[in-house]
Write a protein that binds this ligand. Sequence first.
Ligand code: F6P
Length: 334
Amino acid sequence: MRFYPQQAMKGSMKKILILTSGGDAPGMNPAIRAAVRSAIHQGVQVYASHYGYQGLIDQKIERLYYSSVANCIQLGGTILKTDRCLAFYEKEQRRRCLDFLDSEGIEGLIVIGGDGSFRGASTLQSEGGPAVIGIPATIDNDISGTEYTIGFDTARNTALEAIDRVRDTASSHNRDFLVEVMGRNAGFLAVDVGLAGGAEFILTPEFNLPISELASKVNDTQRKKLSSIIVVAESDQPGRSLQIAKELNQLTNKTYRVCILGHMQRGGTPSALDRKIATLMGAYAVNALIDGSNNQMITRNFGRLSLANFPNPEKPSRRFDNQELLDINSLISR
Ligand code: F6P
């Protein structure tokens, strides 16, 4: 068994593998495309594992060529498939993957996904795996250390379009709606679409206002509105807006209807911003591996790409600031 050096020698990388892992995000394909093209252009062979880490466990990889990534820049989802691979948490399975990667001569790994996927990559690396670079991709935009993750812009535009449609019917019928958007740990998506969609109030996983308080705020609104929209992030309970609506309907003189946007937010053709950032990150990841970087992810802060350590496993996801959301909520409920 050959163990990989902690830091590959600059310019020595000849064979890399790319995979997408965790929840899909629009923009993964442009990132794959850019990484593949950039690697081949620099004389590096590229392989893919399908279904994320599951492909490594199944010991199935496929060589990629320019033609493998033709006409995928505009496609949502991931052409490499993805999985939330629970088996990869088992050391024995990772050992299998390590032996396989070693036998295939894979020297570098590009992992496109969220903090869970990065944790997997970093663990594999610390157990003797190839050099690894992460590309942050999740519609939640909640990975610590980067202000932007691939997929966020497309998802917020998709959710916003849906909210605009709900607004048409809400206004025609003088109705009140709760619109539930995704966001497991953080409310970045909810805040952006709530603000842009003219919501009356925004609830996020970080901002757990008791429903009685929300009801008194709703009853308190000085202007009498004929229709309104409250945006709720699903947090770790998809469908939680149904219960919130039930309670609000008992505590207010309104009858909230519920619209749960669900997985439609993860689909669709990536926006211009996601394609642009994904393309730059894909190429950046290849250059980072060739330059000998390892165990790091690409970040985008203040509009610039750079490399940073993977998030601290104790605090892998960033949270929306509660005081800022309080201020936003008081602004939009006027
Ligand atoms: O990828 C992030 C996310 O879309 C969260 O917003 C959501 O809570 C979760 O994934 C849903 O995951 P799954 O598709 O596995 O149900």
